[in-house]
Structure formats: structure tokens, C-alpha cells
Design a binder for this molecule. Sequence first.
Ligand code: G3P
Length: 207
Amino acid sequence: MIVVNFKTYKKGTGKEGLKLAKICSKLSKRIYLAVQESDIRLISKVKGVSVLAQHIDAVEYGAHTGSILAEDVKKAGGRGSLLNHSEKRIPFNKIKFCVKKLRKLKMKSIVCVKSVLEAKKVAKLKPDYIAYEPSSLIGGKISVSSAKPDVIKKVVKAVRIPVLVGAGVHTKEDVLIAKKLGAKGILVSSAVVKAKNPGKVLRELIK
Ligand code: G3P
């Protein structure tokens, strides 16, 4: 499984995001695209990709101006959400609320964690996936697979939930090492979204 996080990169926003989504859709059926909330409706129309929100808020229908409501994400075509990404951390009680809400709506939850300890705590909530991402490596050239193999192993061993890993992933080697260490997939952003030829990079990663 591959999650491409479009973040708020220009090439992952609006029409440019749509173009990128179409490229991704041709390469694999197991690709999830985490896009900005305002692009979910547009990008979920692309056949062959599953769209995720990058974040949802811990709210129900009501007076919550500016919040991202899981029900609305679903209606727009979203299949789930990332939660607690390093760039959008939320308190544990809100992670709990959102995982429960996503489960109720039959949507996927991918909760990001920074450590084995946090993975163990989050695992109790039974999200669909736990994503281990060391924040210091995000957006860089050194991958989680090469810098933190021991932690990946420990996270995989510590939880009974499929583990994804992300941060600095940019080569096929990174993907293979992660897989060998027990990860069920990867999260990738800058290497694909900011690439001159994103299709080529992605093809290489999933080959
Ligand atoms: O969610 C994935 C992301 O944080 C990893 O970013 O740019 O290191 O691939 P990047």
C-alpha cells in the first residue's frame, strides 16, 4: 500500500493536484492519495485511486466554523483520513474521537506516530493503520528505512495493527527495506509530489 501525501504543495493543489492524481491512478490500484479537504471532491472523481483527507476534526454536525467534518469528507468522496500527522498533531482524546467516528462511517483511519511508545498507546484505539514517521526526516533525503530500521522493527513488533512508514522515502530500496522490516506500506510526499516527473519516481518506488 502506498499513500501519497499531497500536503499543501503547489503541485498537489487544485488542478495541478488533479493532474498528479491522474498520473498516480495509472500506476497502481493500491494507491491512496491524501489531499487537501477542498480538493477531495475533485480528485475522488479520478478512477482507480482512493482519496483520504489529510486531517479531520473531532466534531459532530453543528456550529464548528472552519472545522473538517468526517461526514462531509465521506460525502465528497473521501475514503478515510490521516490523523495526527507530524504537521498536524492532535491530542490523544481527539485521535480517539476521530478513529471511532471514522470506524462508524466505515472509513479508513491512518494514525501517525513518532515513537514506539506512541504507537502502543494509539494501537489501543484500533485504527486501520499506524504510520510511523520520524518528523526530523520528513522532506529530507535520508529515509526512515535507512535511518530508523530498529524503530520500524520495534513498532511492527509492538502493535497488532498494520504498520506503514514514511519520511524521506525516495528509492525502491527504501520501500524494500521497509517491507523487509515488516511494514505493510509507505507514505511518501516530496519525492513524488515535487518531482519533475512524478510518474517515473512512483513507478520506480512500486516496481
Ligand atoms: O505523510 C508523508 C510525509 O510526511 C513524508 O514526507 O516528504 O518525507 O516523503 P516526505
